[in-house]
Design a protein around this ligand. Sequence first.
Ligand code: NDP
Ligand code: GDR
Length: 326
Amino acid sequence: MKKAFITGITGQDGAYLSKFLLDKGYHVIGMIRRSASSDMIGERLRYLGIIGEVELVDGDLIDLSSLVRLMSTYKPDEVYNLAAQSFVATSWQQPLLTGAVTGTGAVNMLEALRLTHPSARFYQASSSEMFGKAQAPVQNESTPFYPRSPYAAAKLYAHWMTVNYRESFDLHASSGIAFNHESPLRGVEFVTRHISDGVAKIKLGLASQLKLGNVNATRDWGHARDYVQAMWQMLQQDEPDDYVLATGRAVSVQGFAEMAFAHAGLNAADYITHDPARLRPAEVDALLGDAAKAAQQLGWRANVSVEEMAAEMVDADIARHRRKAG
Ligand code: NDP
Ligand code: GDR
């Protein structure tokens, strides 16, 4: 039985990747950090009905010794580094923490592998945010990077260190330069889930408006379930490499909101209000990815459309609020 080790298993992608790997027959080991609210840990794994099927072990990405301990104890075949301070807006409030976890944390993971278990295959969760102030209208693996936030700068460091460890130490280290991917398990602070949750509350009479920041920003939005499959496919290749993961279609925040409201039978214009506090110090205006390399070399493509995803998210949030109301 193959062993996979996942950092960030309690997050959106960690939950879907665990489900995907369990279905493939893997033994899944997930690292969780110590919390005073231990009964709350693993909500997403519970949602997918797999909390009892994964082995949860404690450690922290900023604690190199815990990573060394875990790598030498478990000797996994594959390591997926998904843990990060992943919310862009927070990265201006906590730039050093973001650098330590999202940037140096990835290097801690690479170091733990190099020192104790260099034969493992490694996946780094790189991000389209690294393109930032995009230098080309459609971004692929050769588009220059221009990070626009402390988060993106930290991801860029982690990305280049993954490339460097591959080239310096011959590690099987790959990265997915993933564009935004969402789902009903998305954190509620991210805009798509903020919208689906807001639409659900309005539909059920629990709220009367939805506050948004820059509704003109456009993103290439796919479904997380599709993206975790590509992570695994990269680690099955003979040679490690970097791949853009994207749908090839861009939609604005306004456009996504209109889809979500329309699915609930509501008119977006009646409910959206502008909240200047939600604007960012430096914005990423537009991202659109070209995943041709992943299609050619991995046979991967995103299957779920943004309309289908918006509908799934709204339905899930309506069901959640109905359950809460008892
Ligand atoms: P989430 O924010 O949902 O999950 C982040 C995970 O990291 C959580 O499990 C969190 O644990 C964990 N974590 C945070 N800090 C630490 C730490 N110090 N030590 C150990 N674990 C920690 O992110 P997603 O699932 O959406 O994304 C997965 C990865 O992919 C992230 O690295 C993200 O930056 C990157 N990415 C995501 C994209 C997307 O659109 N979703 C696109 C491109 C890249 P806890 O539950 O304890 O907070
Ligand atoms: P992003 O996602 O920054 O692209 O990073 P987010 O959903 O936070 O923002 C997308 C765009 O929407 C605009 N926006 C708002 N954003 C939030 N969160 N809340 C609002 O009310 C709001 N109104 C408008 C933002 O300004 C932005 O332009 C995500 C994360 O998952 C990263 O970890 C990942 O690397 C990238 O996607 C790819």
